[in-house]
Ligand binder design. Structure first.
Ligand SMILES: [Zn+2]
Length: 531
């Protein structure tokens, strides 16, 4: 009896498994993959695969494709989970959409403040951001706080302004702005540090809420077809929670952590590395060199084309950077720095160049690398700097980047092909929850380089779009290489972890043309199951 039960367990777990169908790698397409004890045994022709019990043989449907497990190389996992736990507005396409979603939530949740995130007015027919009048129309008796997708602004209703004591006399806090109408009244649109004024109305981010957000973020990501993330700007509090989730079998995702500057000491103390499950790795630390393009915070060499008085924000000085860079490098941490503007990228490339002399093996990377002076493009490869870029930012920014930068500077903007041509190691990601964090949007953006309606516009350099194979590599093999795991994850080859992302339809054709069907890590289904 015991033997029979063991056999049955073995069969349902399928230690040996063959998946037949369209298997697409950056290097070509195959008919089948054989998996033994969590690892790829063979990839190739269906007729060459070993025999396994029928229950462990999966035949993909004709319109399904299995890809090597996809990595999102820039996410904020906690924020992804928190967005799922509150009103998620990432698919709102107009002010009216937001109102409808808010009305539904108000009905489902009849008491307490309503919290939401994910709206962005780019491309909305109303051509404007949300303000208190929109929200008051739907909910006027309790606070409503809706954070913009980028996390740099928030729309609130009048009840929120009243509860927070914000009126015409309230001064703008340093680093923030309370947007006001012609009469000096707050419109309910709060920018950057002005959001702090209403933070007491948000639910407290205690350990329980953090754990649930991380769990839900990972579950959401697995269901979308991601097997792995590079988790950015991670708070120290999240590190033990992620390990606990992994140990309890509640983390359906590989998570490589790049912590905040504040948490660097914790990783140095523990030493960089992975937990016993191999799913959670604390690898590096992330710094900020400048702000973002949308808010004209990206640090440019020449003033903004649409605001000649500003060149953006410098958030890191060389003295400061070299001190922390050396501390991180001498303790074996990977170093990454957020740099969006061409001056910020130039600075960081120079500082990394100096650091490289003393730390020839250090892993150095730049997050975003969005606007690069064409004369600096070859310095990524020559200095050995990884460019971590976000295709969805390009197809969102194309609506306003030409105004901010002018035509000339667009030559080095989101320059995927040019950077790759110089031999740069590029990794692709979404920056969710700033973007939706959907592989169908990212693969489409990388390959098509137009917004989801097919628009691109003048000066958008369609030649910087990537081939299907290149785009796929930047979500699979390159991210694995960048974190030093190029020999064990990121592709389907003998001995590699059996991580698979299976889609119905073609994810490169955009979200309306495909659906995530099943996701596998180490030979086990972590979301869905291919039949
Ligand atoms: Zn980010």
């Amino acid at each position: 009896m015991l033997a029979l039960m063991l056999m049955l367990t073995m069969q349902t777990e399928c230690d040996f498994r063959v998946i037949e169908g369209r298997i697409e790698l950056p290097t070509g397409t195959h008919e089948a993959v054989a998996i033994a004890r969590g690892k790829v045994r063979e990839v190739g022709k269906a007729s060459d695969m070993p025999s396994v019990p029928a229950t462990c043989r999966t035949r993909l449907a004709d319109d399904q494709t299995a890809f090597p497990g996809l990595t999102d190389s820039h996410v904020h996992l906690l924020g992804i989970g928190l967005r799922e736990m509150t009103l998620n507005l990432d698919s709102a396409r107009s002010v009216e959409d937001v109102k409808r979603a808010l009305a539904r939530t108000a009905e489902e949740q009849p008491e307490g403040a309503i919290i939401g995130r994910g709206w962005i007015e780019t491309g909305w027919p109303e051509g404007r951001a949300l303000d208190r009048r929109d929200l008051d129309e739907i909910v006027s008796d309790r606070p409503v706080l809706l954070t913009r997708a980028d996390g740099h602004a928030m729309a609130v209703n009048t009840a929120t302004l009243e509860a927070a004591g914000i009126d015409a006399d309230t001064e703008d806090p340093e680093g923030g702005r309370i947007v006001r109408d012609a009469d000096g009244q707050a419109t309910g649109y709060l920018i950057d540090y002005a959001m702090d004024l209403v933070m007491p109305l948000m639910p407290e981010l205690d350990v329980e809420r953090r754990r649930e957000a991380l769990r839900l973020g990972a579950e959401t990501y697995a269901s979308r077809g991601w097997t792995s993330v590079h988790n950015m700007s991670v708070d120290g509090e999240d590190l033990p929670l992620l390990k606990e989730l992994a140990a309890a079998g509640e983390l359906p995702l590989r998570v490589a952590n790049f912590v905040t500057r504040d948490a660097m000491g914790t990783v140095i103390e523990e030493g960089p590395g992975c937990d016993a499950t191999g799913l959670v790795c604390n690898l590096g630390v992330k710094f900020y060199a400048d702000g973002a393009l949308g808010s004209r915070g990206a640090l440019l060499k020449e003033p903004y084309s649409d605001e000649p008085a500003t060149i953006g924000l410098r958030l890191l000085t060389k003295d400061d950077a070299m001190g922390v860079y050396r501390e991180a490098a001498s303790n074996g941490l990977q170093i990454t720095t957020h740099a969006i503007g061409d001056q910020a990228n130039d600075d960081i490339l120079s500082w990394y160049g100096e650091l490289r002399e003393d730390f020839p093996k250090a892993v150095l990377r730049i997050e975003h690398a969005q606007i690069v002076d064409p004369v600096d493009l070859d310095r990524f490869a020559s200095t050995g700097v990884i460019a971590s870029m976000q295709p969805s930012h390009a197809i969102g920014d194309l609506h306003f980047a030409p105004e901010r930068l002018g035509m000339e500077r667009l030559r080095g903007a989101y320059a995927w092909n040019s950077l790759a041509g110089e031999g740069t190691l590029i990794v692709f990601g979404s920056d969710a929850p700033v973007e939706q964090g959907d592989p169908r949007i990212e693969l489409y953006a990388a390959h098509v380089r137009q917004d989801l309606e097919g628009f691109s516009g003048e000066g958008w350099h369609p030649e910087e779009a990537l081939s299907r194979a290149e785009a796929l590599a930047l979500f699979t093999t390159s991210p694995a290489l960048s974190i030093g795991r190029g020999g064990s994850i990121g592709t389907l080859a003998p001995g590699f972890a059996a991580d698979l992302s299976i889609f119905e339809g073609d994810p490169f054709a955009g979200p309306s043309q495909a659906r995530a069907v099943a996701t596998m890590i180490n030979g086990r289904w972590v979301s869905g199951e291919a039949q």
